[in-house]
Ligand binder design. Structure first.
Ligand SMILES: [Fe+2]
Length: 292
């Protein structure tokens, strides 16, 4: 299936389109071979939610036509665009001072911030200055500082339903999904803002997305089934889309250390990936309505 014009890509990576790949769609998790995860003495095969779909692994470079379909323009905004960039050098140096690459888990990451109080204070100021340049005078806030195991095909999981003291072995991965915890009408998702995610680890990581908005998804589904009868909303829309359009391509972005992406994650299907990695994945995520 060919990609449609939908979510656009505002790419400020110095390597240009070298970091962008496309495939031929998704596959149900039961149909995919799963790698063992083996990190820091913990070995397991990932578990998935019942309706989890994963990207097929037939990645290739984009054609000239596909690059054009994703091309950003002046109509870009916080709900229709994925922005790729790199954090400023002063911020990068401060993060490097923390030596996060020594960390093997989330607690160790937090300890690094506590042990380096001066750097942490400087980081807060520099980070706020940087985010201010993107915020368009709208409020933003930190959402998450955390980690993922290496070699996970998809990383998102609803940790709020896991027991206290859970480990990676207990996690059930969602597969490619849309965010949003509270019910919002699919038609109001363009007001949900976006998220900025920085790679703080020392290996490349990946961001998957499907380049159409959930309104476009709903319109495509309407041609196949009754939205009313199937009670399609933001909680089950991914399941129906992947069932009826498994051949719609996924876009994969390679995100090097200290590069960031900004994405309207309530308004499009997406996930992160650490497949092939050997070190702990570390990210910091901010909520806002970032403009670029
Ligand atoms: Fe997500």
């Amino acid at each position: 299936m060919k990609i449609k014009r939908g979510i656009i890509l505002h790419n400020q990576f110095s390597e240009g389109s070298e970091s962008i790949f496309i495939n031929s769609g998704v596959i149900h998790h039961t149909q995919q071979l799963h790698e063992n995860v083996n990190f820091n003495g913990i070995v397991f095969k990932p578990n998935f939610e019942k309706d989890a779909y994963l990207p097929k692994r037939d990645w290739r470079k984009l054609s000239v036509e596909e690059i054009k379909i994703l091309q950003s323009n002046k109509k870009r905004n916080d709900s229709n665009t994925i922005c790729l960039g790199e954090i400023p050098d002063d911020l990068k140096k401060l993060y490097q001072n923390l030596k996060l690459s020594d960390c093997n888990n989330r607690d160790e990451i937090f300890a690094k911030f506590r042990e380096n109080e001066k750097t942490t204070i400087e980081l807060n100021t520099s980070m706020a200055n940087f985010l201010m340049t993107l915020s368009n005078n709208k409020p933003f806030k930190i959402h998450f500082l955390g980690s993922n195991f290496p070699n996970l095909e998809v990383v998102a999981c609803d940790t709020t339903i896991l027991p206290k003291g859970y480990t990676e072995k207990d996690m059930k991965f969602l597969g490619i999904h849309n965010d949003g915890t509270q019910y919002v009408s699919t038609y109001k998702l363009h007001k949900s803002g976006n998220r900025l995610t920085i790679n703080l680890g020392n290996q490349d990581r990946y961001f998957f997305f499907i380049n159409i908005t959930l309104t476009q998804v709903l319109n495509m589904l309407k041609e196949k089934i009754s939205i009313k009868e199937h009670e399609i909303d933001i909680t089950n829309i991914a399941k129906y889309f992947f069932k009826y359009f498994p051949d719609y391509p996924v876009i994969k972005i390679k995100q090097k250390p200290y590069q960031y992406y900004i994405a309207p994650t309530d308004n499009c299907f997406h996930d992160g990936s650490t497949l092939g990695n050997t070190a702990l994945d570390m990210i910091i995520v901010y909520f806002g309505a970032f403009q670029f």
